[in-house]
Design a protein around this ligand. Structure first.
Ligand code: BJW
Length: 237
């Protein structure tokens, strides 16, 4: 069995990192993404964008992976030699890695990395960013930005993602509203290729009608339960 998994903010919600669009406390219900998550916003007001990502980086450094992250790491380990496992996340946190996942594709980048807009070097970064910093690679000042993918930018590793999806037997979408492309289009791609699609989310996503099967509930309960079923079936087969 070749499994392709897409994760979103709902997976890390129970690690206290919040989501983008949940009513009330979603980041994009409190902050305007057009002022914080576009290249134009960064060009116009880098200080405000840095403050937003500095706050989120500090929250991330205080957060811990949850049972859903740990279950996906167990699944990856349990499927070694039994099939391909491809995990792509829209999340910019490092909770999959800290839970033990070995191979994670971060299509929207990583909050614990900075990138220089002048020389394009990317580097690990755990401190606050500001316009006063100098790039350690090229020596220019004011050019460092969070290494994340904003609206209007092309998500990372799309060729590898498309290849892995095409080779899978099962597409599983976990904790994502299905409202941001190209990730929101993966389920349609899967269906066109005849691949079964399964959704795990707190509530039906924008694309819920496209999935063959779904389980609605908190990720920390729904994901471990599903993983145990898959691992048990893989041992029998
Ligand atoms: C739980 C739970 C619990 C809660 N347990 N579940 C049409 C077609 C194609 C593109 C476009 C289009 N129209 C517009 C576009 C462009 C745009 C786009 O999609 N806009 C939409 C608003 C319509 N897309 C882009 O600009 C992208 N680039 C692009 O398309 O380039 C062109 C190109 C593509 C491919 C090849 C070649 C060219 C870039 C998108 C970048 C998105 N960036 C952000 C910010 C990243 C940095 C940061 O974190 O600040 O990424 S926006 C934000 O949304 C973030 C997320 O990764 C992304 C998705 O959010 P997610 O994860 O789904 O979170 P939520 O909050 O929406 O949903 C959470 C879900 O969890 C909910 O359903 C809850 O119910 C659930 N939940 N608690 C389980 N405990």
């Amino acid at each position: 069995m070749n499994i392709f998994i897409l994760t979103g903010a709902g997976l890390s919600a129970e690690s206290n990192l919040g989501t983008f669009r949940d009513k009330g406390d979603g980041l994009w219900t409190r902050f305007d993404p057009m002022k914080l998550a576009t290249p134009g916003a960064f060009a116009r007001n880098p200080g405000e964008v840095h403050a937003f990502y500095n706050m989120r980086r500090q929250n991330l450094l205080a957060a811990e992976p949850n049972e859903a992250h740990r279950a996906l790491a167990r699944l990856e380990a349990g499927l070694v030699g039994r099939g391909n496992f491809f995990l792509v996340t829209q999340n910019i946190d490092d909770l999959h890695e800290r839970a033990g996942s070995q191979r994670v594709t971060h299509m929207h980048g990583e909050l614990l990395k900075a990138r220089c807009t002048a020389c394009t070097s990317a580097m690990p970064w755990r401190e606050d960013l500001s316009v006063n910093l100098t790039c350690p690679h090229c020596g220019r000042t004011g050019t460092l930005r969070p290494d994340v993918v904003w609206f209007g930018e092309v998500p990372l590793q799309m060729d590898a993602i498309d290849d892995a999806l095409a080779q899978s037997d099962l597409f599983v979408s976990i904790g994502t509203s299905g409202s941001v492309y190209p990730a929101a289009g993966f389920v349609e791609q899967a269906k066109e290729l005849g691949i079964r699609a399964y959704e795990i989310n707190l509530e039906p996503s924008d694309n819920a009608r496209l999935f063959d099967e779904a389980h609605y509930g908190p990720a920390t309960q729904a994901v471990p339960a599903w993983v145990e079923k898959v691992l048990a079936a893989s041992v029998r087969s």
